[in-house]
Design a protein around this ligand. Structure first.
Ligand SMILES: *Cc1c(COP(=O)(O)O)cnc(C)c1O
Length: 379
């Protein structure tokens, strides 16, 4: 096979084989089995104050979370614009409308000042937002203190899309545990994978009980099929849970590796003009799922796109950052508050390879490509 450095590839060196074999031999490969229970209890134990339900995707966890918050037709939900479409799509599934808000320059996540302006503006138009969706992109905690203060001031619940931020912390507390409900994703390229899947977490036991009911078609606990409300087929299956549990056992070592990779990039690129990273504040601890950089073309002489092409020619995969949702054709009628921060992030940003097993030699190779680009400009 040709030389290739992937952006982010799962490492499956733990109990993945053992557990999936056990799941297969037990015959329980569907939405019932010991690995589902074990995965949920290990996750809840890790979170201490919170309970969890594991589901078949992060997107279904977001959807259920919004159902639990009572979002319905005609409601407005504030959402960070600079994110993956799955943060906002469930708002539309429920007949509600997203209201997009710009990012701030440190964490690249939702800007607290613009968030407050947005709330005031929507209230003045006659509709108080029903919820605020915040995201911790690439694992970096958003400005949580400021956001929570605003959410409390206006009494609006927060749904935390921590799909990319399992294991990240803010003031020593796990990302995902700050909102009324929190969501993780275990899809193929996240920091830990279950093949596909997600989790919904909350410190409200009743909410999690209700999520468990709704995720199994709202089937009541009776000897016959009996339904009091409309549910969803959203539970995780036992085979995915077997992989997820094995991955969760290794999460801390994954984070250690990803953080080391990030540190190395920062060190190796420190003296490069025009290359910037997300800012991790003293309160924050990012899992550094992906290391992302901003390329200031004025200073480097090359664009993120040129760099992406040069990396690709050497077999190195990189990826653009999220295209802001307010610039997506599908959301072109959606209100947007803010300036051009998120667009600037998209126009200049690039995610660099960040797999757990990325070697120092490979990182040096990647940095060498950046160096060559630079010397092309300034020779
Ligand atoms: C991955 C991701 C999701 C969706 O998770 P899936 O498991 O792929 O459905 C939601 N939000 C963000 C920010 C993500 O990165």
């Amino acid at each position: 096979m040709a030389f290739h450095i992937p952006l982010s590839f799962p490492v499956l060196n733990g109990n993945e084989n053992l557990y999936t074999q056990q799941a297969l031999s037990s015959g329980h490969i569907a939405t019932f089995g010991q690995f589902i229970t074990r995965f949920e209890s290990k996750l809840s134990k890790r979170l201490k104050t919170h309970e969890s339900v594991v589901l078949n995707s992060g997107t279904s966890a977001l959807h259920l979370g919004m159902v639990l918050l009572g979002i319905g037709p005609g409601d407005e939900v504030i959402c960070q614009s600079f994110t993956f479409c799955a943060s906002a799509n469930p708002v539309v599934y429920l007949g509600a409308s997203p209201i997009f808000v710009d990012s701030e320059k440190d964490t690249w996540n939702i800007c607290p000042e613009i968030l407050e302006d947005t709330i005031l503006s929507r209230i003045s138009k006659g509709k108080k937002p029903k919820a605020i969706v915040i995201v911790h992109l690439f694992g970096m905690p958003a400005k949580i203190s400021e956001i929570l203060e605003i959410a409390q001031k206006y009494d609006i619940p927060v749904l935390e899309d921590a799909a990319e931020a399992i294991g990240s912390k803010f003031q020593g507390k796990a990302c995902g545990t700050f909102g009324q409900v929190g969501v993780y994703s275990f899809n193929g390229n996240k920091i830990m994978s279950a093949g596909g899947g997600g989790a919904l977490i909350s410190n409200d036991t009743n909410l999690i009980q209700r999520a468990k009911l709704l995720s199994t078609q709202a089937r009541e606990d009776l000897p016959f099929y009996h339904h009091l409300e409309i549910g969803y087929n959203y539970k995780m299956n036992n085979l995915s849970a077997a992989v997820g549990l094995a991955q969760l056992e290794q999460l801390d070592s994954f984070i250690k590796s990803r953080r080391l990779i990030n540190q190395r990039y920062r060190k190796m690129l420190k003296n490069f003009p025009g290359i910037e990273f997300q800012t991790e504040s003293d309160d924050s601890y990012s899992n550094y799922w992906l290391t992302a950089i901003l390329v200031d073309k004025e200073k480097t002489g090359f664009s993120n796109e040129q760099l992406k092409d040069s990396l690709m020619k050497k077999g190195i995969e990189s990826r653009f950052l999220w295209k802001p949702l307010h610039t997506q054709p599908v959301f072109n009628m959606t209100p947007y508050y803010g300036g051009s921060m998120s667009e600037k992030l998209f126009e200049n940003g690039l995610c660099l390879p960040s797999s757990v097993d990325l070697t120092l030699q490979h990182q040096e190779l990647i940095v060498e490509v950046i160096h060559t680009e630079l010397s092309k400009t300034f020779k």
